[in-house]
Design a protein around this ligand. Structure first.
Ligand code: 5GP
Length: 204
């Protein structure tokens, strides 16, 4: 019997910097693998198929929904995004920790299906800062910007469903906090009790 990996779900309002935190974490932290999501949105400049996302046609995405291929999926601002179930569950069973960087609707679905995961909510230092970041990113139209920002407070209230928060004041600090959450999650007894007891049972 193998020790199972942990599932770490990082989520929070759009523009809060969860993508940057995860990207920075992966640079020199090898205790976790990130799950690459499928999406129906078009690639942005520099984005690579299979690295940032699996860019997928809407019909194919809908077929995958029917086939129950996703651990969770959500429509985020007119586009579908989904987490491939097989990849995540295989990695966990191989003993690897898996990181999901997904929106809040998706995270809540994962919590229903996989409550032993750890759910981390990224908070902005203030709503003003969040708005500035979304504007700076520059990929939004006036309309989508308004929509994203008006949802932010509503979304922040949903942190009550999560285990940990990380306030993203400085990316470096946020990355350190996330690393320590992952480290402690992989030492949890819950989820690995059978594996741990088996280690000693064999010696009785
Ligand atoms: P973007 O289009 O800026 O890459 O992502 C938009 C939003 O979709 C972000 O909040 C991101 O976290 C979320 N997202 C990315 N992948 C997934 C996924 O597989 N499932 C869900 N539910 N949300 C995702």
């Amino acid at each position: 019997m193998k020790k199972k990996g942990a599932l770490i779900v990082v989520s929070g309002p759009s523009g809060v910097g969860k993508g940057t935190i995860c990207k920075e974490l992966l640079k020199d932290y090898d205790n976790v693998e990130i799950s690459v999501s499928a999406t129906t949105r078009s690639p942005r400049d520099g984005e690579v198929h299979g690295v940032n996302y699996f860019f997928t046609k809407k019909e194919d995405f809908e077929k995958s929904i029917e086939n129950d291929d996703f651990l969770e999926y959500a429509k985020v601002y007119e586009n579908y995004y989904g987490t491939p179930k097989e990849f995540v569950l295989n990695k966990i069973n191989e003993g690897k920790n898996v990181l999901l960087e997904i929106d809040i609707q998706g995270a809540l679905q994962v919590k229903e299906k996989y409550p032993e995961g750890v759910f981390v909510f990224i908070l902005p230092p203030s709503l003003k800062e969040l708005k500035d970041r979304i504007v700076k990113r520059g990929s939004e139209t006036e309309e989508s910007l308004k929509l994203r920002f008006s949802k932010a407070y509503e979304e922040i209230c949903l942190m009550k469903e999560y285990d940990y928060y990380i306030m993203n004041d400085e990316v470096e600090n946020a990355v350190e906090r996330l690393e320590s959450i992952i480290d402690s999650q992989s030492q949890k007894i819950d989820g690995n009790l059978e594996y741990l007891l088996n280690l000693y049972k064999e010696e009785i």
